[in-house]
Design a protein around this ligand. Structure first.
Ligand code: HPA
Ligand code: ZN
Length: 349
């Protein structure tokens, strides 16, 4: 029901308010689904290529930007992995991470759980130490520098073998890498969660938290497998759960967090348009969903852009926006103390 029928069709009032004052208020929230390599902006790709003396296969920004038209997940992954070639030194990884944190702070992010893809760097001859220490060095001062608490998630590429993943997990544990969790990403269809049963068992034994991409392009059964075989606490994406009512009921009952990425789903053609996105239905079903940016440099926006576009299409209520922010905080791997601090902030405390 429209409670304000008189204002619905009214022209925007003339005002001297600044854009920031007119924009919907940014809620303090946690970003739980973010690939740090997916924050590499075209400008930074060129800057790093120059710094490292690398020739890019694009003549300039225009030619690169023209490639950001994707038909599915794989078409995006091809460009995402290719662009990583410019990441060579610890400084490169640190600069990319700091650029994300600065932009995320402006989007209202107060806690970020950041995935990185170590195997995508090792396979190019960049050491585990270089990529992990570079990202970690920026995360170590994220609270002082950007007011964002952070933790690092090592994500494993599901289109590679479990042996490769186990070897990299061993390397991370041996170097006492500051990781809090592991994740599972890359090409989903044909690479079901059960392929990584031993990897997730080993990570759990090492005291790591567990999350996995499932139900982005893959079927609802992959979500069930990620929960039952891998024992994950959180599902990244998970939107295809809506095809299985029994699964929805289970996810609601068990309060399983789903880290949804609306603009990503549009850009990778998982949904036709944002208006077709299941987020409102997911909220209505009582699912524990949050809004995240996934690979913001590739998908047209950061978490504030995701909220703004959702708002424009669905006219989310203040209640829904607060619920999405609260879900993100409750679903994080942060300490109970940090969660309480963020919830206080959200509630105007
Ligand atoms: N899906 C799967 N793998 C990924 C993604 C994604 O959206 N982004 C980076 N790796
Ligand atoms: Zn993702």
């Amino acid at each position: 029901m429209d409670n304000y029928p008189d204002t619905a069709a009214a022209p925007l009032p003339e005002t001297d308010l600044t854009e920031a004052e007119v924009a919907p208020q940014l809620l303090p929230l946690a970003e739980l689904h973010l690939h740090i390599e997916g924050t590499l902006q075209p400008e930074l790709i060129f800057e790093l290529a120059e710094r490292n003396g690398l020739a890019l296969p694009y003549s300039g920004l225009e030619e690169l930007r023209a490639l950001y038209e994707f038909s599915d997940l794989q078409s995006f992954l091809n460009l995402y992995y290719a662009n990583m070639a410019v990441l060579q030194t610890e400084q490169d990884f640190a600069d990319m991470t700091r650029a994300y944190l600065a932009r995320a702070a402006a989007a209202g992010v107060r806690h970020a759980e950041i995935m990185m893809d170590p195997q995508a760097h090792i396979s190019r001859g960049v050491s585990l130490e270089t990529c992990v220490n570079g990202v970690a060095s920026a995360l170590a001062t994220s609270v002082e520098d950007f007011g964002i608490s952070t933790l690092l998630i090592a994500a494993f590429l599901r289109d590679l073998s479990e042996e490769s993943a186990l070897e990299v997990l061993d390397g991370l544990l041996a170097m006492k890498a500051p990781i809090a969790a592991i994740g599972l990403d890359s090409a989903e269809v044909g690479n079901p969660p059960a392929k990584f049963e031993r990897l997730f068992a080993k990570a759990r034994e090492a005291g790591l938290r567990l999350t996995a991409h499932a139900g982005e392009e893959g079927p609802p059964s992959y979500i069930i497998e990620a929960l039952d075989v891998l024992g994950v606490e959180r599902i990244d994406h998970g939107i295809r759960c809506m095809e299985d009512p029994d699964l929805v009921e289970r996810l609601v009952d068990e309060r399983i967090p789903l880290t949804v990425c609306p603009l990503s789903n549009v850009r990778l053609r998982t949904v036709d348009t944002l208006a077709d996105h299941p987020l409102p239905a997911m909220l209505a079903a009582g699912l524990n969903v949050s809004v995240n940016s996934d690979d913001p440099a590739y998908f047209g926006g950061y978490v504030d852009d995701n909220f703004a576009q959702l708002q424009a299409v669905f006219e989310l209520s203040d209640f829904d926006r607060s619920r999405l922010a609260a879900n993100s905080i409750h679903s994080s791997f942060a300490s109970e103390e940090r969660k309480a601090e963020l919830l206080d902030e959200l509630n105007g405390g």
